[in-house]
Design a protein around this ligand. Structure first.
Ligand code: ATP
Ligand code: MG
Length: 412
């Protein structure tokens, strides 16, 4: 069987004017991600073929699942545009794939209008033949378990049994760049993934307080960035590590406990904004979800948001935890996220944080802290390039992120 993967483009087909750029981008992204000298590509108007030439389809499909903007895939076989060949191929496919009782129907489309039969009569004829050849098939045109698709097209007749949903969304990077506030928790990596899926080029920023917090907590940010790097067009992602300990200590000493989280977040936001400006990112992305914890009431978000004029995107705002966990597992982040190392937000958590913090009160408390630390800290941000192949273990290089960063720099 002449096997190939039919790749269909998604949402992007809706965008009339940008369509050409999108399609071009999709084709390049597919080829870059599959990166396999055995396979070949055939570009068509609104879809493409990845011709397998004997390569394992699952391997190629796994890579294709990392490309945003694709709509669905089918593993198809192709043959000449005549009824006998199509029927033979359909029979082979059924014999190979269907081993138990199923209900089925045939859906034929006929793009090649010169083909001498209507779609309906093609379906009926083939159905008759394959019903005689397989004991497992039972027709159900309303609610079939299996659909056998036949597409009669210029380039030949395609026969296939499945449509596998792809990632959806838009091509990577076309939406512009966003800066993800990446903690070691469950939510922020999921927020990052959903943004990338929607076409956002992503960089990550992590606030680390080593040695007040353990190096393992910063390692989680490295490991999560590595998972996210798979979805980047470049297989790699920037991780900005912010040495937050000095600010963290200043807050612990000088801020009223109930406002600690609020002001910590405002400090993070101010620093994230500076880094976003430097990196030419257009938005800040967080993993906040309405109501999930005390610091995530709308009032709290409003008060934290008050220190920046950047758009703050919260992809998970309306998700519930179970939905978030499902995505987290799907993108292979969950096991890392639940590792029990505290970051700066979980160490010394106040017993009763303000649930309705107000910006003017936060600003009043901030008079007692050293705001000049913001610039000092921004100047000391340590940027790591994390690729999907990265094998970086910070703890092998020091007790603090700074030590590890400097050691790695001198080794370069
Ligand atoms: P997460 O699971 O993403 O940690 P969470 O439910 O624990 O989220 P919070 O701890 O309240 O929520 O944090 C809210 C958001 O603030 C996070 O989703 C993340 O975007 C950002 N954030 C928190 N801590 C850090 C950190 N140490 N570095 C970078 N961003 C952080
Ligand atoms: Mg958290």
């Amino acid at each position: 069987m002449n096997e190939r993967i039919l790749v269909r483009y998604g949402d992007l087909m809706l965008k009339g004017r940008n369509k050409r750029t999108f399609v071009k981008e999709m084709r390049e992204n597919v080829k870059r991600k599959v990166n396999n000298s055995r396979v070949e590509y055939i570009d068509m108007h609104d879809r493409m073929f990845v011709v397998l030439n004997g390569e394992d389809p699952d391997k190629v499909l796994n890579d294709l699942q990392l490309v945003s903007g694709l709509h669905s895939f089918s593993l198809v076989s192709i043959t000449e545009n005549n009824l006998d060949d199509i029927t033979t191929l359909a029979k082979e496919l059924i014999a190979k794939e269907i081993k138990e009782d199923v209900t089925f129907k045939i859906e034929t489309t006929r793009a090649l209008k010169s083909f001498p039969m209507t779609s309906t009569s093609v379906s009926q004829t083939i159905a008759g033949e394959i019903l005689r050849s397989s004991e497992f098939l039972h027709v159900d045109v309303h609610n079939p378990e299996v659909i056998l698709y036949v597409e009669i097209r210029q380039e030949g007749a395609l026969v296939y049994l499945n449509k596998i949903p792809a990632m959806g969304g838009f091509p990577y990077g076309l939406a512009g760049k966003g800066l993800l506030m990446l903690s070691g928790g469950i939510d922020s990596p999921v927020a990052g993934f959903l943004s990338m899926k929607q076409g956002v080029e992503l960089e990550c920023i992590h606030f680390e307080s080593t040695p007040l917090t353990s190096i393992e907590s910063a390692q989680k940010a490295v490991d999560l960035s590595k998972e996210l790097a798979k979805y980047s067009k470049f297989d790699s992602i920037k991780l900005h590590m912010v040495p937050f300990m000095k600010i963290h200590q200043d807050l612990l000493e000088n801020v009223k406990e109930s406002y600690m989280i609020t002001i910590m977040r405002r400090m993070m936001m101010r620093i994230a904004e500076q880094v976003a400006l430097k990196e030419r990112a257009l938005a800040i992305i967080t993993g906040e979800s309405i109501g999930q914890v005390a610091s995530q009431t709308l009032e709290s978000m409003h008060t934290i948001n008050d220190v920046t004029s950047f758009p703050v995107i919260r992809p998970l705002a309306t998700y519930d935890k179970q939905e978030i966990i499902e995505i987290s597992k799907k993108i292979n982040c969950y096991d890392t996220s639940i590792k029990p190392f505290s970051d700066c937000c979980t160490v010394y958590v106040p017993k009763s944080p303000a649930i309705h913090p107000r910006a003017y009160i936060a600003a009043r408390y901030e008079k007692y802290i050293d705001l000049s630390l913001i610039k000092e800290t921004v100047d000391q941000v340590m940027t790591f390039e994390i690729s999907r192949e990265t094998d970086l273990d910070l703890s092998m290089h020091g007790f603090t992120v700074k030590e590890a960063y400097e050691k790695l720099k001198t080794e370069e």
